[in-house]
Design a protein around this ligand. Structure first.
Ligand SMILES: *Cc1c(COP(=O)(O)O)cnc(C)c1O
Length: 227
């Protein structure tokens, strides 16, 4: 077995253990393998081991890999910061975008998505840590943005995404993840039908799963340390 295949198995086992520890079904948590900076050969190796969904942060790099591996039935998720001059490529090279943080970007993606294809799945990225430097929409601006995005024909609003500030404070992390879940629940109570909480990475996926993550985005634990 290759190291990517065995790392993948270990991550899948961590997800299952974390789900069981909080009484959730492992099948309700999807693994997004974050392949940014790794060549298409590494993605192919993970795909050979059964992994279907891949996350990328950089537009041309991600689109090139999707193109190179076309026909393998993979699903591509854009998870990085998105500038408006890059939306056209993202709108059609990817199946999901997790990092919507303003309406203008969402409107462009909606208008540029090929109408012959299913709507692009999107999540709003929420700035749960309140740091000025972090991307993501401020929590109090989420309801209005969610309403507006939900009305765009080329998009399907699936849920919320967050990247908490780096911290060793386990209780703080849990509060950040719980806050995102509460925000998703509030939007659903207001009439939206959001099924996705994209939260948790290599070092904190257990805490995210305990708070309701439905997609964990894992890079380092699968592919190794990025250079
Ligand atoms: C790089 C990245 C990840 C993966 O992080 P790891 O710590 O390598 O698992 C997850 N989400 C986003 C948005 C990223 O940019």
């Amino acid at each position: 077995m290759t190291s990517i295949a065995s790392n993948l198995q270990a991550v899948i086992a961590r997800i299952a253990a974390a789900a069981q520890a909080c009484g959730r079904r492992p099948d309700d948590i999807r693994l997004l393998a974050v392949s940014k900076t790794w060549p298409a050969e590494c993605v192919a190796e993970a795909a050979d081991a059964g992994q279907r969904a891949f996350g990328e942060n950089y537009v041309p790099e991600g689109a090139d890999k999707a193109e190179a591996l076309l026909g393998r039935g993979l699903e591509w998720h854009f998870i990085g910061p998105l500038q408006s001059n890059k939306t056209r490529l993202v709108a059609n090279a990817f199946d999901w975008v997790h990092s919507i943080d303003r309406l203008k970007i969402a409107e462009r993606l909606s208008a540029q998505r090929d109408p012959a294809r299913p709507p692009l799945n999107v999540c709003l990225q929420v700035n749960v840590s309140g740091e000025a430097s972090k991307s993501g929409v401020a929590p109090d601006a989420v309801p209005a943005l969610a309403e507006a995005v939900a009305g765009l024909p080329g998009l399907r609003l699936r849920g919320l995404m967050a990247i908490p500030e780096p911290t060793d404070d386990a209780a703080l992390l849990r509060r950040r993840f719980a806050g995102l879940r509460e925000q998703r629940d509030a939007l659903n109570a207001a009439g939206l039908a959001l099924d996705t909480l994209s939260m948790g990475m290599s070092h904190d996926l257990e805490a995210a799963i305990a708070e309701g993550a439905t997609i964990v985005r894992v890079g380092t634990a699968i592919f190794g340390a990025r250079h």
